[in-house]
Design a protein around this ligand. Structure first.
Ligand code: CAA
Length: 391
């Protein structure tokens, strides 16, 4: 997959362009043939889905917005959102792996990297030869990222990193880590620097895999830095401006998580529709009962609205304008819709929905984290309020 998106949809009451529809069909067909059949396996085993990643790399899905000359597909954020939605509709763990690679991994390099850094790392990431992770969160700093304690100190030609990170998606598969550390915690966000750290560097270890409720194959681990030497040229962006890189990366990341949530919600509706037409009670399909229809309708209406909010955030990003508010609004709403849709899908399935025989219990577990990672719903509300009051 490699193309330049020339045709843009106009306004928000739109149909996708032919280019975007092509991407949607291609990824939908691929995901239902290759990703969906293995989603339960990866959920059960928590294995990092290398087979999925390899196939997605062949299709250009590991570097959707990276320019073609740097090995990417050179597409826009709307295409990226469609890709993440379709992947997540089949396998939400694979969805977040792809989202982190594209947004939290590649975006900071594209936006803040030097020419050398871009040439060295982006082609490897965009071609899926190396997986990326984003290390911001720490045991003591989740929502309050600026209070991080991981230290960085310049010693001659190297920065030296010491500290701990946790809940780092992609860690078991990643070889490139975008790591945030502070010169001095008292400087709060003004002391934070961003580094490109490679797996295998002395003093850097990936901890044990975390057993999570959902997206269980997302390779989530803690990281430890003990006098880890990072070459000076691997500082990303300007010293002391790492927090802005982190926040801008999260703006793009939140569009990806909104897309993941829409994908999970759509999968919930797909399953609820299929099951309600098959399942007979009181001598008719349960889809004929209006109380069941009410749940299906609520899901369908909310998913439509969520998808429009997602597309709006992606289009705003593509326009080059600030899209912090739209990204947080989309993430907040789409993740709520994913949770409600997954709950409704379980309810439509009754007792079977509560068992591992059907995928809807997995969708419910997967949906929950979309309200937590890349900023909790409460943090999205805070960001939206600040943006509203700033206008
Ligand atoms: N873009 C650019 N700059 C931004 C920005 C943005 N979106 N948001 C804030 N900034 C800038 C501000 O302008 C300010 O700059 P100045 O000093 O020049 O004025 C600076 O950053 C500090 O901003 P705030 O005062 O707003 O910072 P804060 O400490 O109050 O924090 C926050 C704001 C919104 C709460 C932020 O800390 C936040 O988003 N927290 C949630 C963190 C999060 O999402 N963590 C998830 C990590 S990733 C993950 O989930 C796991 C994974 O692997 C996928």
């Amino acid at each position: 997959m490699s193309q330049t998106m020339t045709e843009k949809p106009s306004g928000f009451c739109f149909e996708l362009s032919e280019d975007h529809k092509m991407v949607q069909k291609m990824v939908r067909d691929f995901a239902s043939e290759h990703l969906a059949p293995r989603a339960a396996h990866y959920d059960r085993t928590c294995e990092f889905p290398w087979e999925n990643v390899k196939k997605m790399a062949e299709l250009g899905l590991m570097g959707v917005t990276v320019p073609e000359e740097l090995g990417g597909a050179g597409m826009d954020s709307l295409a990226y959102s469609i890709v993440i939605e379709e992947i997540s509709r089949a396998c939400a763990a694979t969805g977040v792996i792809t989202a982190v690679q594209n947004s939290l991994g590649e975006y900071p390099l594209m936006a803040f990297g030097t020419e050398e850094q871009k040439k060295k790392y982006l082609p490897l990431m965009a071609r899926g030869e190396k997986i990326a992770a984003y290390a911001l969160t720490e045991p003591g700093s989740g929502s309050d990222s600026a209070s991080m304690q991981t230290r960085c100190e310049l010693q001659g030609d190297h920065w030296v990193l010491n500290g701990q990170k946790n809940w780092i998606t992609n860690s078991t598969g990643a070889e490139i880590f975008i790591v945030y550390a502070t010169k001095d915690p008292d400087l709060k966000h003004k002391g934070i620097c961003c580094f490109i750290v490679e797996k295998g560097w002395e003093g850097f270890t990936v901890g044990k895999h975390e057993e999570t409720l959902g997206v269980r194959a997302s390779g989530t681990c803690g990281l430890t830095f003990e006098n880890c030497k990072v070459p000076r040229e691997n500082l990303l962006g300007v010293e002391g401006e790492g927090f802005k890189i982190a926040m801008q990366a999260l703006d793009t990341g939140r569009v990806g998580i909104a897309a993941q949530a829409v994908g999970i919600a759509q999968a919930a509706l797909d399953n609820a529709l299929r099951y309600s037409k098959e399942r007979q009670q009181f001598k008719k399909a349960i889809s004929e009962f209006q109380l069941v229809q009410e749940m299906l309708v609520q899901m369908a209406v909310e998913i439509d609205a969520a998808r429009l909010m997602l597309y709006r955030a992606a289009l705003k990003r593509d326009s080059g304008e600030k899209f912090t508010k739209e990204a947080s609004m989309a993430k907040l709403y789409c993740s709520e819709v994913a949770m409600r849709a997954a709950l409704n899908a379980v309810q439509v399935h009754g007792g079977y929905g509560y068992s591992k025989e059907y995928p809807v219990e997995r969708l419910l577990r997967d949906a929950k984290v979309t309200q937590i990672y890349e900023g909790t719903s409460e943090i999205q509300k805070l960001v939206i309020a600040r943006e509203l009051l700033r206008d």
